[in-house]
Design a protein around this ligand. Structure first.
Ligand SMILES: [Zn+2]
Length: 217
C-alpha cells in the first residue's frame, strides 16, 4: 500500500478513512495497528517528509505547520547559495517563497480552485479517436499534463515578495525562480524519502511482507 493511502487509514481524524480503505486496501490484510506502527517508525526517521505527506493528502493544519517549519529551515540555509542579500525584507521574502512552495506542493484536485478545465481528472476525451472507434477514448490533458491541476504562474510569487523586497522581473527569473524550484523539489525529495522509508519498514517486517504481498495501489 502506498504511504499516501496508509496515512489516511492511520489518521483517526480523517473522514476519508472508510472511502480510502475500501478503495485502496481491497484485498490487503494490513490492520490499522500495523499501519500505525509503520507510520510511527517512518515518522521517527523522516519527520518533515511525513508531515508534508499528511499536509498534502489529509490537509491536516498541524502537519502543514510542521512541514512549513522544516521547509523554512531549508529555505534559510539554501538561500545563501542563491543570494548575497540580507535584512528583514529579504528574510520575509524568503519566508513567503517557502509558504508559496508549500502551498503548491500541497495542491490536490480537492483544493478549491486548483482543478484544471479537465475537472481534475488529468484526462480529456480524444474526440477524433472516440468518433472513429465508437467508444470514448481518453488522452492525457494537454493543459495540466495529467496532474489535473491548473498550472500556477510565477507571477504570483513575484508579486507576493515585491512588497517586502522589490526585485525586477529579470532578477526574479534569474535568481528567485530557481530558488523557488529548489524549495519545491526539496518537498518532493522529502516525500520520496518518507515513502522509501515506509516501504522499507513494511518490507523488512516478515509480517508486513506477507500481508502486503505485491499490492501497489
Ligand atoms: Zn487538465
Amino acid at each position: 500500500m502506498r504511504l499516501k493511502y496508509a496515512i489516511t487509514i492511520g489518521d483517526p481524524k480523517s473522514a476519508q478513512i472508510v472511502a480510502v480503505q475500501s478503495r485502496s486496501t481491497g484485498n490487503s490484510h494490513l490492520s490499522r495497528d500495523d499501519i500505525v506502527t509503520a507510520l510511527g517508525l517512518t515518522q521517527s526517521r523522516c519527520r518533515t517528509g511525513l508531515a508534508l505527506i499528511y499536509a498534502k493528502y489529509t490537509k491536516d493544519p498541524y502537519s502543514a505547520e510542521m512541514a512549513l517549519a522544516g521547509l523554512q529551515q531549508y529555505a534559510t540555509a539554501t538561500a545563501k547559495k542563491y543570494f548575497s542579500e540580507s535584512g528583514s525584507g529579504f528574510r520575509i521574502a524568503i519566508s513567503i517563497m517557502a509558504m508559496l512552495a508549500l502551498e503548491e506542493y500541497c495542491r490536490t484536485a480537492d483544493t478549491p480552485g486548483a482543478k484544471c478545465l479537465c475537472g481534475g481528472r488529468g484526462q480529456t476525451r480524444d474526440l477524433k479517436k472516440s468518433k472513429k472507434n465508437g467508444f470514448p477514448v481518453y488522452q492525457e490533458c494537454k493543459r495540466c499534463k495529467g496532474t489535473g491541476l491548473r498550472p500556477l504562474t510565477q507571477t504570483r510569487c513575484h508579486h507576493a515578495i515585491i512588497k517586502h523586497f522589490p526585485v525586477s522581473q529579470s532578477t526574479y527569473s534569474r535568481y528567485w525562480r530557481p530558488f523557488y524550484d529548489d524549495l519545491l523539489s526539496w518537498c518532493y525529495r522529502q516525500e520520496s524519502l518518507a515513502e522509501d522509508s515506509y516501504n522499507l519498514i513494511t518490507s523488512l517486517n516478515p509480517r508486513f511482507r506477507e500481508m502486503t504481498g505485491n499490492e501497489q495501489v
